[in-house]
Design a protein around this ligand. Structure first.
Ligand SMILES: O=C(O)CCC(=O)C(=O)O
Length: 268
């Protein structure tokens, strides 16, 4: 369960890291199951990546066909049943009933090394769900790390604080949410500051969080196998290039409050 401080951090930033949440065994089983899918594509062998002699994929290409790998992997689905995941989701969503139709199963997020020099993408910022009229949090997405992910190693980028924007503006379709947030002065200022600092302004794990209500920052999801991040589904996020020599491996799942469905479907 989350401490008061973690809850407050999640409410303020819309993104929270919980270290070592998942067991080594469950993570290792999921990792091996994913690697065996890549074996059929000639990219892994006996539970290890085999990328030698291959030319690097080119950003934004993740280096393989997601369709060929698929997402129906029992060992990955089992990660969601690990103790800790659902209780945290429950505590961030007032223990409301969850819908299991819109987001049926977890998804794998793998990015093979695909860039020489790291940068923050200008395109690709998005949210996965519309802003609902009541402005409340519709759900939470979990990102489970299945490999060591160092800075600039392909970890998802999240705009911390973006979940607090546009909540008084009624229903907004997801693509319009992304467009409107990117036009906000706070977002433009953040992007130009980061550009002129060559990405150095990313909020690091250990840096102090600001308490200013309108503060936005970009968080890169980095860490070790078994760590998990919980993200408010309203937060703007994007895939990122992987300049490391190792594939980025994560599993993700979106948990949606069932009682937001009428707001989502009525507004279509
Ligand atoms: O990290 C990535 O590849 C992007 C993840 C993402 O956009 C999502 O899960 O909605």
């Amino acid at each position: 369960m989350l401490t008061e401080q973690q809850r407050a951090e999640f409410d303020l930033h819309g993104i929270l890291k919980v270290k070592s949440l998942l067991s080594e065994q469950a993570v290792s089983r999921a990792r091996h199951a994913i690697l065996s899918r890549f074996e059929a594509l000639g990219l892994s062998r006996r539970g290890e990546w085999r990328l030698e002699g291959r030319s690097r994929a080119k950003w934004p290409d993740k280096g393989y066909s997601a369709k060929a790998v698929g997402n129906k992997i029992e060992e990955v689905e089992n990660l969601l049943g690990e103790p800790g995941v659902e209780p945290i989701v429950g505590s961030t969503l007032e223990h409301a009933n969850l819908d299991h139709q819109m987001f049926k199963r977890p998804q794998i997020l793998v990015t093979l090394p695909n860039k020489g020099e790291w940068f923050i993408p200008k395109d690709g910022w998005h949210v996965d769900i519309a802003r609902i009229g009541s402005g409340r949090r519709p759900g939470v997405q979990v990102f489970i790390l299945l490999s060591e992910i160092k800075p600039q190693g392909g970890g998802t980028l999240v705009v911390s604080g973006s979940h607090r924007l546009l909540n008084n503006d009624g229903f907004i379709r997801s693509r319009d949410v992304a467009k409107q947030i990117q036009k906000k002065p706070g977002f433009c200022k953040l992007m130009s500051e980061i550009e002129s600092a060559s990405g150095e302004l990313l909020r690091s794990e250990d840096s102090k969080h600001s308490n200013q209500q309108d503060d936005l920052s970009i968080v890169e999801l980095t860490g070790s196998p078994g760590d998990a991040y919980f993200m408010d589904l309203r937060a703007l996020h994007s895939a990122a290039p992987n300049i490391s020599d190792h594939p980025r491996m994560m599993a993700t799942h979106r948990f949606l409050r069932a009682d937001t469905l009428p707001e989502l479907t009525l507004s279509k």
